[in-house]
Design a protein around this ligand. Sequence first.
Ligand code: ZN
Length: 584
Amino acid sequence: MSLIYKPKMQHEDMQDLSSQIRFVAAEGKIWLGEQRMLLMQLSTLASFRREIISLIGIERAKGFFLRLGYQSGLMDAELARKLRPAMREEEVFLAGPQLYALKGMVKVRLLTMDIAIRDGRFNVEAEWIDSFEVDICRTELGLMNEPVCWTVLGYASGYGSAFMGRRIIFQETSCRGCGDDKCLIVGKTAEEWGDVSSFEAYFKSDPIVDERYELQTQVANLRNRLKQYDGQYYGIGHSPAYKRICETIDKAARGKVSVLLLGETGVGKEVIARSVHLRSERAEQPFVAVNCAAIPPDLIESELFGVDKGAYTGAVNARAGRFERANGGTIFLDEVIELTPRAQATLLRVLQEGELERVGGDRTRKVDVRLITATNENLEEAVKMGRFRADLFFRLNVFPVHIPPLRERVEDIPLLVEHFLRRHHKEYGKKTLGLSDRAMEACLHYQWPGNIRELENALERGVILTESNESINVESLFPGLAMATEGDRLSSEGRLEEESGDSWFRQIIDQGVSLEDLEAGLMRTAMDRCGQNISQAARLLGLTRPAMAYRLKKLICESNGPIAALRQVWAFLRSFADSGERAS
Ligand SMILES: [Zn+2]
């Protein structure tokens, strides 16, 4: 009993429906039968839709709006049956399309309608005219690649299913929202469609919460892995020299082999040490870094190996040393050459037997610690001179890694600049425009005797001195240059050039700097650059360590008076505290 139904959809036909709409402003409510309705701007819904799409993607958004419409269709089917109890099936069914129209969703022009509830027969074809969703796409989203009348489609499917008491599915075969002439829809029973799994999938409750949870877990895992693969500068660099280091570190990381890091001061040895740790099986265990040069020689043993109560005057409480704190993990001893002979002997025992005794204690404690050491001096030389134990040297030198100075990996400077700028922008809550071209040029030509640490300091200074939305200029990176006569050390291309000795000395004399002040300034700068390490500072200035120590002592106690001496002591204590902070 097939029938081609071409209804006129007259206004009177839906009088029973439209009379159900009541605006009760006094209550702040609109009703359609029993359902509370909302009158809202289409543009509001449009921006909501755009947001949903950008938030969860087109496919998910489609499911979301299909279900929204479906729910609404189910409720309207209930209303239709209630309002048209005695009418023919087709007329009852028509309440659906009429309600779409009444609600302003779309005007429906039925092309075919062949329905019979008892036989489970359902064939409906229609054209949708001026669907609100096409409107939305035109104004807010632009043309899409596939039909867009999702809510209306969901509505039709929900309404049809509730009306028929079986699964009815509507598909939009062409849509103006994706450039077709008309919006055409076909509705059939699920059985007739055949495979409807892809459509049905839209109606399964969205596992977005589960997926989000799963994603969060994945993100956490990835972060962990990133941490393992990424030290602070680790991963920053693409120069061949740097890549070789990464490969070597990969090989060294596994197992417990002692690693000896060699290279100039400031090349980032601690970062490399941390990378070795993070790439090892010990990654979850502690990483403890100690700068041996920053700890007074008479405290180094108790600092490293701990102290028992009453071991010496002032040892009021028993205290675990850095080795015990690193148990299960990795300890990094920077400037290992500064260890006293006694500390060297204890370290050797820890390496050989995996046990230690605290200073002043007699209990033997087991420790399982992977050792990474570093020095920027020649350890072999120190062994020859009797300053460092040969047997300990052989233990430490199992896997030596030479870290190149920054000037040998100039290609990495732009990446490092970007990295440090990001860090300092965050730290100082501002955003500069980055280095000016001249400043970058200067960075690429500078020799960076202080290596990465010096670069980081220069960039931090640059960020401090530069306002947001301004470029960091050469002068803020290299303040020493600004003092020099203009053009003296900067060529017209912004290149840093060797200063002419003459003009520099002239300037010093012009400014009335005394020889003593000059010496004091040189020594202080050398000490700062070498992290208060006297041996290194001595080498920088071409002095022996005793000669340097003698001059420093003179500088502190005699020439500059007690206040400067206090300042020096304070700087020393602070560097000591800093190294402790890094380790914990
Ligand atoms: Zn459409």
